[in-house]
Design a binder for this molecule. Sequence first.
Ligand code: CA
Ligand code: CA
Length: 186
Amino acid sequence: MITEIQKKKAVHFFELLDSHRNGHLQADDFSEIAERIRLGLGYEAGGEKHVFLAKKSARFFHTLLNAISHENKQQITKDEWVNFIDKKIINGKDDEFKEEFEEFIIGFLFDLFDDNHDGYISTDEYVDMFVVYGIDIKYSAKAFLKLDLNKDDRLSRNELLHSFEMFLFSDDPNQPGNWIFGNWED
Ligand SMILES: [Ca+2]
Ligand SMILES: [Ca+2]
């Protein structure tokens, strides 16, 4: 069984992916993210960078649709999401699947936010993620410090993978990784 703390984080994650905040993950939530990044970084509409983001984002949603059982076509509800995180991830038996899921999510975040392609998420790139997902940026500095384990002022893929794993699995409210997507507590 998923615990209250684990569920709170799973719901927090769902709510930020649900860009339109209507309780369903749908294709337009993901095209919206590509559009927000485009506007935020000043990419030309329909230009190469925009097309790259839109494709990555659409593919991301389709991978989720394939992985998560859902009743209605082309959408995932909050309950279906939490059930997936509970049964397939937190309490799932297939370790390879869990690892793939973690790498898939972090890989997606790198595709979207590692704007200078140096293999790290800088403080600015991390703030971009908060802005794009509508996460209160008041918590971005605090979160960044918690995630930057080796204190080199940038987040490596391994630091993000580690934090994301803690975010998914930990039942400890004081676990630093809980903060990967900002304030999960309210
Ligand atoms: Ca970077
Ligand atoms: Ca670091």
